[in-house]
Design a protein around this ligand. Structure first.
Ligand SMILES: Nc1ncnc2c1ncn2[C@@H]1O[C@H](COP(=O)(O)OP(=O)(O)OP(=O)(O)O)[C@@H](O)[C@H]1O
Length: 244
């Protein structure tokens, strides 16, 4: 998909995003990195089609339309429904027969390591497990594009690292396209091949950095010299963007 000079000015007069041009290829793992309030969520919501840009345009490949999954910072599960029913919901809303929806929801829960928790209610699950249910729900329709808005920001570091690894595994296996919003330099380098550094509001793209797949393939990437070097580079780019 392409974004051409996309901008968003809200009726309140706040310009959240300005002049963003970007091409996203099938299978990309892209991070949007920037300080709080720089317009990352606004940009993601425009990519999702949840809000309209006020300038520029977004062009979609026909085969992606309607195949978008969204994961928010809060798991946003229905508290009165089991994990299985929460995950089956998007399919049931699309008219999939109940038995088929349940079968696929079970499969999706298995992909995020939650086999055995189908009957659990959200209040019985830890924060990390609730986030896994939320990811399973986003993946149950087999989206080609997965949009994630600071999904792990509220989790403790150990859980966050584990979910980072699991997300990478899912992405390597299935090669959907990911746009991942974060304000963590470390998380962006660990996950993404393309890191777009944004300026403070109005959010513009100040720099794009790359983490080659070869670097990530090193064992213990998170403690490697290559990881530290990429984090330094991204951190410098972020400081420069903040000062711009
Ligand atoms: N619906 C809206 N109406 C008016 N202003 C809005 C609306 N949504 C967002 N904004 C404003 O746009 C700016 C960018 O917000 P946005 O949520 O996109 O930033 P963000 O980078 O995702 O921030 P955070 O990391 O804190 O979530 C903020 O100043 C916010 O107040």
């Amino acid at each position: 998909m392409r974004l051409d000079a996309v901008g968003k000015r809200f009726p309140t007069g706040v310009t959240a995003v300005e002049n963003v041009s970007l091409a996203i290829a099938e299978g990309d793992f892209l991070a949007l990195l920037g300080p709080s309030g720089c317009g990352k969520s606004t940009l993601l919501r425009m990519i999702a089609g949840l809000i309209e840009p006020s300038a520029g345009r977004l062009g979609w490949q026909a085969d992606v339309t309607g195949k978008v999954g969204f994961v928010f910072q809060e798991p946003t599960l229905m508290p009165w429904a089991t994990a299985l029913r929460n995950v089956a919901l998007p399919l049931e809303l699309a008219g999939t027969p109940r038995a088929e929806a349940e079968r696929r929801a079970r499969e999706s829960l298995a992909r995020v390591d939650l086999t055995g928790f189908e009957g659990a209610y959200p209040r019985m699950l830890s924060g990390g497990m609730k986030m896994r249910v939320s990811i399973a729900r986003a993946l149950v329709t087999r989206p080609r594009l997965l949009l994630m808005d600071e999904p792990f920001a509220a989790l403790d570091e150990i859980t966050r690292h584990r979910l980072n690894e699991d997300l990478l595994r899912l992405w390597r296996d299935e090669r959907f396209t990911v746009v991942f919003v974060t304000h963590s330099t470390f998380e962006s380098v660990f996950l993404a091949e393309r890191i777009l550094v944004m300026t403070p509001r109005p959010g513009r793209i100040a720099a794009e950095l790359h983490v080659p797949p070869g670097d990530r393939a090193t064992p213990e990437f998170r403690t490697s010299a290559a990881y530290a070097a990429h984090c330094r580079a991204v951190s410098h780019a972020l400081s420069a963007a903040m000062a711009a």
